[in-house]
Design a protein around this ligand. Structure first.
Ligand SMILES: NC(=O)c1ccc[n+]([C@@H]2O[C@H](COP(=O)([O-])OP(=O)(O)OC[C@H]3O[C@@H](n4cnc5c(N)ncnc54)[C@H](OP(=O)(O)O)[C@@H]3O)[C@@H](O)[C@H]2O)c1
Length: 279
């Protein structure tokens, strides 16, 4: 099985290198910018192709590691050539394999193979992929093969229904991108208190990292600390008084979710006053 990549960006380079490191045979890369495809081919010890059709011809599994908005159009181009009996994958979290229209007519097997991970670097992220959970979905024929491919490399793998992909992607955004927003807000509040931007960023590192490590270790319910967990209504009241309108709304909305966790931790505590405060 030869793996080919269309799109020599962060995920294309990282996944290709990860496969190569695990002894998989790579055909190589085609990308919008030939220089990027060349760099990726060099990085992974594979070849560069001048057209997506050439790459497809020389590959058994083709990963479309282009931005989500480009997947359908790259597929439209690809399917005009000879892709019969090829396995075709994309890595989008939000899109399902249904983006590969007409796969049954063309005898192609389509999949979404999503690394549930922030792949931030073309050349370094592959080192972290051994920890990554992969969520897969698509045609029944090669689903066990794709599953085994990742299990063999030591990755946890889950399957998902095509119809659940958008909510699944929203879940991923909540635990990663939305946390970025919360930390940015926290840094801004610290600068309001007199910290400069650098020291605000540095000061938050131990609490953020400690919190994430604790959640990973014991789960959200047992990791919860703070005024919500202690049912400290007076402190939360003071927090709300010192925040600006938008910040107050965010604090209240997210705290309603935190309150659900606190209630699981202390089912016998009366959180009625707290609930009123967060409305
Ligand atoms: N990054 C993440 O954290 C992450 C995590 C999970 C899933 N994903 C998914 O992985 C996929 C790729 O994301 P990414 O972060 O790797 O994006 P990226 O770094 O922006 O890379 C996209 C690559 O696609 C190439 N490209 C764009 N349009 C093209 C076209 N029409 N034909 C051929 N190549 C084209 C780009 O061209 P150049 O040759 O000009 O560079 C670029 O190298 C997306 O579906 C994304 O949702 C990303």
């Amino acid at each position: 099985m030869r793996f080919g990549f269309i799109g020599a960006g962060k995920v294309g380079c990282s996944l290709g290198k990860y496969f190569a490191c695990h002894g998989k045979e790579l055909s190589g890369y085609y990308s919008r910018t030939k220089e990027h495809a060349k760099d990726a081919a060099e990085f992974t010890g594979s070849r560069v192709y001048d057209t997506p059709e050439d790459l497809a011809e020389n590959s058994d599994i083709i990963f479309l590691t282009v931005p989500d908005a480009r997947i359908a159009e790259v597929w439209e181009q690809l399917k005009r050539g000879n892709v019969e009996h090829k396995i075709i994958c994309h890595c989008s979290g939000a899109l399902s394999s249904k983006v590969f229209s007409d796969v049954t007519d063309t005898a192609v097997y389509g999949y979404s193979v999503h690394p549930l991970f922030a792949v931030s670097s073309r050349y370094d992220s592959y080192k972290e992929l051994s920890k990554c959970y992969f969520t897969i979905e698509g045609a029944i024929e090669y689903l066990p093969f794709i599953r085994e491919l990742f299990i063999e490399m030591g990755n946890p793998v889950g399957t998902i229904d095509a119809g659940a992909k958008i909510k699944y992607h929203a879940a991923a955004a909540v635990c990663s991108n939305l946390i970025v927003g919360m930390i940015a807000m926290s840094e801004r509040l610290l600068t309001d208190c007199g910290f400069d931007a650098v020291s605000a960023h540095a000061a938050l590192q131990p609490i953020v990292q400690g919190n994430v490590a604790h959640i990973a270790e014991v789960g959200t319910v047992d990791a919860l600390t703070g005024p919500m967990e202690r049912n400290d209504v007076e402190t939360v009241e003071k927090h709300l008084m010192c925040l600006k309108d938008d910040e107050k709304a965010i604090y209240q909305m997210v705290s309603r979710e935190v309150l659900k966790v606190a209630r699981q931790r202390h089912p016998d505590t009366d959180y009625g006053r707290m609930e009123e405060l967060l409305k």
